[in-house]
Ligand binder design. Sequence first.
Ligand SMILES: [Fe+2]
Length: 298
Amino acid sequence: MHTIELPRVDLSVKPEVTGFYDPQTATISYVVKDPESDHCAIIDPVLDYDAAAGRTHTDSADRLVEHVRGQGLKVDWIIETHAHADHLSAAPYIKERLGGKIAIGRPITTVQKVFGKVFNDPRALAGKAEEFDHLFTDGEEYRIGSMRAFALHTPGHTPACMTHVIGDAAFVGDTIFMPDVGTARADFPGGDARTLYRSIRRILSLPEETRIFVCHDYPPKGRAPAWETTVGEQRRKNIHVRDGISEEDFVKMRTARDATLSLPKLIIPSIQVNIHAGRFPEPEDNGVRYLKVPINVL
Ligand SMILES: [Fe+2]
């Protein structure tokens, strides 16, 4: 796998990155602005969801909208690093207000098929991912204003995970977390610890100075949430995958650790919405949209 030659990282291009931390789900959403123009991308926007009431809120998404409007930015892309299992995506809400193309990795079609079975969802089983405006392939180059960016397929947590390298910044989704937290779990349907290790080594083969922006932070007691690190720092300090930790050791550690984790609280609502680019099922004849709960499946 991964034999293609990657585009070169251009460390001279330094996007202006603003992170928005959601304490409910420990997710960081990003606005990534081209320093040479008013163009930007939004990465992993969160739709707040009160599971007990079945009610959505847009406080988190509105912070992004206000930031973009306040600075007069033009949104080229709304990028999902993967189909999240811990929060619902606000991509459609953001697109309606700010424009931009909703994009995810092409293997989302595989994720759709896996969860299409779980949710008995014919649209997902068809695996066409038609609700997305664009599906990135490994190594694909694209632009945000004047900046060159590329997608890097980094599966393991899920089959469709992509890291996005924009100038000197890499948005790594759920692969590595901050050095003192380690790595993402690899036990969801379609996940794999060995694949995750190889994807992470791929990220850590980027230049040492490359800035890394993580998708979640679960800080140890006493540390405030943080989301920016570098390839060099990860190679020296990451508690799960710093240089010198072998694939076998990682797989053993990751597998043992995953066996102790309970499922994310919002996995059932999140996945069935996020595999459709954040769109809820069509309303039933009473005008209400419903989500499904598969019993004794996950
Ligand atoms: Fe995730």
